[in-house]
Design a protein around this ligand. Structure first.
Ligand SMILES: Nc1ncnc2c1ncn2[C@@H]1O[C@H](COP(=O)(O)OP(=O)(O)OP(=O)(O)O)[C@@H](O)[C@H]1O
Length: 321
């Protein structure tokens, strides 16, 4: 669905050159949901704007929905939907009319535009709000209307620039449910930008971590986490002696790394392994065979913030409070 090679965008600001996007290779297959994750100013929006033909690349290539963005921008536009950061919907129209008008604008016939409007209002649970003026919609409803507008012409590929920014946590979760339903129903490929770690983690199939105009990591959230720091496995035991024995046993596991016995009020053992859930049964069997009985056991997966921290030495949370 998308293939970019060495995609680059420089901006001239006075005498300075801002290298907003620096040689990005992105491949997105049909049906994928991909999140571009990165701090403010990383180059996410600029990348999206090049892919949607709103901005001409300085160099490099991008083929989107089967067409080159530079050679055939109009054809690309016909095959994609784009929902930007601002509201696309007008102020004084009613929600249903707004959507219908958008359909006509895209060249749909009246009957088709009407049917498509009803279908989208239904999928995005806006039917009850169809006769309401756009200004009277809630933040979440308005965001869903924007998404409906981006989908009116049935594009196989939809771009969303920070779809959930400004929404409260409840509306955010609700928006994600709608996006998931939409994909289930129509198989639309979706590329979105976000700087919410939890969103990229939970909802996206694949995450591209972007920093300083480059893709610095690419994979599912699980792959990224496994590749960088591994899971933290810890267990507590009754006394320091058992902790020492437990650490020795854990150290014999082939996959274990950084094994340490913890003393103090809650003696125990901590270790890093690539896949905590896979190692745990073996660890418990070995402990049991040596008469060490853990009182509690925990597997902690690293977060995407751990991944970003390991890659850049900075935390995404600090930059996006
Ligand atoms: N039209 C422009 N002229 C000059 N510089 C620009 C322009 N658009 C973006 N930039 C610069 O390019 C860099 C990347 O910006 P971009 O908006 O793509 O980042 P982003 O990752 O989308 O950030 P955010 O999460 O804040 O939207 C920034 O340094 C920004 O200041």
């Amino acid at each position: 669905m998308i293939r970019t090679r060495d995609l680059t965008k420089h901006f001239r600001v006075g005498k300075e050159t801002v290298e907003a996007v620096r040689g990005v290779d992105i491949d997105v297959a049909e049906g994928e949901l991909v999140a571009l994750l990165g701090p403010n100013g990383a180059g996410k929006s600029t990348t999206l704007r090049m892919l949607t033909t709103l901005l001409e690349p300085t160099s490099g290539t991008a083929v989107v929905a089967g067409r080159d963005v530079r050679a055939e921008p109009a054809r690309v536009r016909r095959r994609i939907g784009f929902v930007g950061q601002g509201h696309g919907a007008g102020e004084d129209q009613r929600a249903g009319e707004e959507l219908y008008t958008q359909g006509l604008l895209y060249g749909l016939g009246r009957a088709t535009a009407r049917a498509r409007t009803a279908e989208l209002l239904d999928v995005l649970e806006l039917s009850g709000a169809a006769d309401r003026e756009v200004t009277r919609l809630s933040g979440g409803q308005r965001r869903r209307l924007d998404i409906a507008m981006g989908l009116i012409h049935r594009p196989p590929l939809l771009f969303l620039d920070e779809p959930s920014t400004g929404l409260d946590p409840h509306s955010r979760a609700n928006l994600w449910e709608h996006i998931a339903r939409l994909r289930e129903k129509s198989g639309t490929t979706i590329v979105l930008t976000t700087h919410y770690l939890e969103e990229a983690d939970g909802a996206a199939g694949r995450v591209l971590v972007i920093d300083h105009g480059r893709v610095i990591a690419d994979g599912t959230a699980d792959e990224l986490k496994a590749g960088v720091s591994g899971d933290l496995v810890s267990f507590t035991v009754a006394d320091g002696g058992s902790a020492a024995t437990g650490a020795e046993i854990a150290g014999r596991l082939p996959a274990a790394d950084g094994v340490e016995a913890v003393s103090g009020r809650e003696p125990g053992v901590r270790l890093r392994v690539e896949r905590g859930d896979a190692v745990l049964p073996e660890l418990l069997r070995a402990l049991d065979a040596s008469g060490v009985a853990p009182t509690t056991v925990r597997v902690q997966r690293p977060t995407l913030d751990d991944v970003f921290l390991a890659l850049t030495g900075r935390s995404l949370r600090e930059e996006n409070p």
